[in-house]
Design a protein around this ligand. Structure first.
Ligand code: SF4
Ligand code: SF4
Length: 437
């Protein structure tokens, strides 16, 4: 027997579940990074709503329904990526990214620290909150109140960032007078703070267990091959007097009996708990009994492995992701930064149409000048209100065009040209019927 073969035959003593030590810090990092990303997305102009324009801002561009490739591509790309994620790793979003869970875990941690381990804020069994006798002090209640109010005030700003420009939110938090600030924004903010406070002070994980429709939606894509908790039943004698993993689960699941459609969010806290218990215990040999697995065992007890399992299930959704990405790129490349049209003005003079309105829309959130030129009409027979309009940011402006009544009777075709400083140009054909003097 060669030395290599002999080495292979030596049993490896595993003392830890692979990666268990890194699970908790990794999850906390992802949770806080998600909050940061949620704040940076609207601030950077990556995605937000423009209430004034009644549209969506994507990559600092105003996107209309007519930008169909961008709209379709974006949603197909995001939706198929999410479907792939649900099918591959289940409700990982809830355990590792969801701001509701992050806030609930933080609120639990603070409550246990200040009022004791049994101080559950709301218990569906109807049991009253049990505060540890030694922790019953005014200072602890005050600290808890402040510790819940401050994050609620921060959380309440996040949804507002998606509906109001960053400059308006800055004026809101610095109490600066700003014409963009509708008086109602302060009320909207206060209502948001009150709702978030109620959520993290009282509701917490009850939202995840009983109210969250998004969790149910994620479940519908789970299969037996989706990432789940595996329990080493062969060593179940270790569990005779132990309940540690169940206590560590904030969703009150027994991790030794997880099922395909249960509420497990793959946070891994039970894996960490059992592994820590085994690494500290002198009686319990080997690594923890719980671990993450992906893929289902076949009839012979073999697991196809995560990569094979992933490729067999994600074919359709990965094709949709690629298609969405292509549509999105086509939309961005063909994006029109400005659009304009010429309407008959509402100011009719009897049955005669003599005035037109050039409606110019600038869709980028940076300044530009747009100049206009008329071709096909003698300059003596029309008046253009102004030749150039200036945009400070995205928006719309009207320019009036008046055709003289003295124009001899007949049908005239003329063209309105528009050209922006940022390189965009467009043309609009108009057919004008002159009734004659
Ligand atoms: S923590 Fe580990 S040993 Fe304890 S009950 Fe859970 S699975 Fe069993
Ligand atoms: S069973 Fe384990 S992984 Fe699932 S939610 Fe509970 S602690 Fe997290």
């Amino acid at each position: 027997m060669s030395a290599n073969e002999a080495l292979k035959n030596i049993p490896i003593q595993q003392e830890h579940v692979a990666g268990a030590g890194a699970l908790h810090p990794a999850r906390r990092t992802v949770q806080y990074l998600t909050l940061l990303i949620l704040i940076l997305i609207p601030l950077s102009g990556l995605f937000r709503f423009d209430m004034e324009a009644g549209g969506v801002v994507l990559l600092d561009r105003q996107v209309w329904f007519s930008d169909i490739f961008i709209v379709m591509g974006f949603w197909v790309f995001i939706a198929s990526l999410l479907v792939m994620m649900y099918s591959l790793v289940g409700s990982v979003f809830c355990g590792w990214m969801c701001p509701q869970n992050t806030a609930s875990e933080y609120a639990n941690m603070l409550t246990y620290k200040l009022l004791g381990r049994r101080a559950d804020m709301m218990n569906m069994s109807g049991e009253k909150m049990q505060v540890a006798v030694r922790r019953k002090s005014m200072l602890n209640y005050l600290l808890l109140g402040l510790g819940l109010l401050l994050p609620s005030m921060l959380y309440a700003l996040i949804p507002l960032l998606y509906f109001f420009p960053p400059s308006a939110i800055w004026s809101l938090v610095t109490f600066t007078k700003d014409p963009q600030l509708a008086g109602s924004l302060y009320w909207i903010y206060m209502v948001c703070v009150a709702l978030f406070l109620l959520d993290i002070a009282v509701i917490r994980h009850l939202m995840c267990k009983y109210m969250c429709i998004y969790r149910v939606w994620q479940h519908s894509f789970k299969t037996r091959e989706t990432l789940h908790i595996h329990y080493d039943e062969q060593r179940s004698d270790h569990c005779e007097t132990c309940h540690y993993c169940v206590d560590s689960c904030f969703l009150d699941i027994d991790p030794r009996q997880t099922e395909v459609f249960d509420s497990c969010v793959n946070c891994g806290e039970c894996v960490v708990a059992c592994d820590e218990l085994h690494s500290k215990s002198k009686k319990l040999a080997g690594p923890g009994l719980l671990s993450f697995v992906m893929g289902a065992e076949n009839r012979h007890g073999e697991n196809r492995g995560s990569v094979a399992s992933f490729f067999s299930r994600a074919k359709a959704s990965s094709m949709a992701t690629v298609l969405g990405g292509i549509l999105f790129v086509i939309g961005i490349v063909g994006y029109q930064s400005d659009e304009f049209s010429v309407y008959r003005s509402e100011a009719w003079q009897g049955a005669k149409v003599l005035d037109y309105r050039i409606n110019m829309a600038h869709k980028l959130y940076h300044p530009t000048n747009v100049s206009f030129r008329i071709e096909g009409l003698n300059p003596d027979v029309y008046q253009l209100e102004k030749n150039t309009v200036h945009f400070v940011t995205a928006g719309r402006q009207d320019v009036k065009l008046h055709i003289n009544e003295s124009l001899p009777k007949g049908l005239y075709r003329f063209r309105v040209f528009a050209k922006a400083d940022d390189g965009w140009s467009g043309v609009f054909n108009v057919t004008h019927f002159a009734p004659g003097g």
